[in-house]
Design a protein around this ligand. Structure first.
Ligand SMILES: [Ca+2]
Length: 384
């Protein structure tokens, strides 16, 4: 445990508040795929999709076994068609073309031999020259859309650039699993070995329903849409339910396209953060010092990433803040990032740090987004 003076990173972005959703039931975009920190306290957030370390579905994806049309599947389809007001023939026909993907069943399981979480290793995957340069190009190319999103939603351009960079490397890695196959697999063949199989199966079933609704309404071919093994789609890797709730037609062409329109992706990410109470102007985090023997770590770490302590209480428990942090209005959380065999890193996370974890439930993810955003901003010719 932390003994020692740990400090960290400076605060930089602006930020926002948080809805104190129970770390567990927050739905949005979380899926199960991407950037998973080396490992996060298991019961709290779950990883979602961004760029998962290894399997982003680049090449696999293709093989699959026909989804057997069991009586159960057929009954589900009939029932779903009624509930969702979809044409039962279309739904059954669509489902009959879905394939069961054993690779997806494996990917959704927690690793059998968990490795120690390691922020330095996680960070190295995202804060690197290729991604930073691609981010600067993306920012320059889409500057006006980013500025408009910042004006309209109060969400900094840098944050949007950080999110899309970590998620898909600016559209270069959006996943190659057929969404229909992935979601049907996780609905009808969810691995019972998963510690939260019931809840997760229900989640994916609901996402399958949203996906069917989306494609049916838009006329898109449900068999041609590809994304992560968990069903996340497009530049921002939105799950179907997030697409339905938060995606916007930001380029005004009359349709929402998170695959082909970076402008729609930019507006949708900003809208997502506005919906999750991003607070313009608030930093995401502050440095914090922890004095060995004089800090109540158990108490400070108990709420995990949920901002809980006012500055006075945070300081009373032994955390050392300085400068602007001492005048912070609103609750803070002590964020711990483990570093394998090395000492962990700590920061004081604000409600805006928490807001980033609503996109993907991981403090490692949030910190990677923040640092990528900062690194790209430094590359920009005219500093913002
Ligand atoms: Ca559009």
């Amino acid at each position: 445990m932390p003994t020692g003076l740990a400090l960290l990173v400076g605060a930089l972005m602006a930020l926002a508040p948080i809805t104190a959703l129970p770390a567990q039931e927050n739905p949005k975009r979380q899926t199960a795929s991407s950037p998973q920190p080396a490992k996060v306290k298991p019961q709290k957030r779950r990883p979602s999709n961004a760029a998962k370390a290894a399997p982003s579905g680049k090449k696999s994806a293709v093989m699959g076994i026909p989804l057997e049309s069991s009586a159960q599947t057929q009954a589900w389809a009939q029932d779903a068609a009624q509930r969702l007001l979809l044409d039962p023939t279309w739904l059954l026909n669509t489902l009959s073309q879905a394939k069961r993907l054993p690779s997806v069943e494996r990917l959704v399981l927690p690793p059998s031999s968990p490795t120690a979480k390691n922020w330095a290793a996680y960070r190295a995957r995202f804060i690197e020259p290729i991604r930073i340069r691609a981010g600067a190009r993306f920012w320059q190319t889409h500057r006006s859309a980013l500025e408009r999103a910042e004006r309209e939603y109060g969400v900094p351009a840098s944050l949007i650039v950080g999110i899309i960079g970590v998620e898909t490397l600016y559209g270069q890695n959006t996943g190659n699993f057929r969404i229909l196959d992935a979601l049907a697999t996780l609905t009808f063949h969810f691995p019972s070995a998963h510690p939260r199989a019931t809840a997760r199966q229900a989640f994916f079933q609901s996402e399958l329903e949203q996906f069917l609704l989306l494609t049916s309404r838009s006329g898109a071919d449900p068999l041609s849409i590809r994304g992560s093994y968990a069903g996340a789609m497009g530049l921002p890797q939105f799950m179907p339910s997030s697409w339905a709730k938060f995606a916007v037609d930001f380029d005004g062409d009359g349709r929402i396209d998170l695959f082909g329109s970076p402008t729609d992706a930019i507006g949708s990410v900003a809208h997502y953060f506005k919906a999750f109470d991003w607070r313009p102007g608030m930093p995401t985090h502050y440095r914090v010092g922890l004095t060995p023997g004089q800090t109540d770590m158990d108490s400070l770490l108990a709420p995990d990433i949920l901002p809980t302590f006012g500055v006075a209480s945070f300081v009373a428990k032994g955390a050392v803040l300085e400068g602007a942090a001492l005048n912070h209005q609103g609750p803070l959380a002590l964020i711990e990032l483990l570093n394998g065999p090395d000492a962990p890193i700590y920061v004081a996370g604000t409600e805006n740090f928490y807001a980033i974890t609503r996109y993907n439930w991981s403090s490692y993810y949030a910190m990677a987004v923040i640092e990528l955003a900062e690194a790209v901003a430094r590359e920009m010719p005219s500093k913002r």
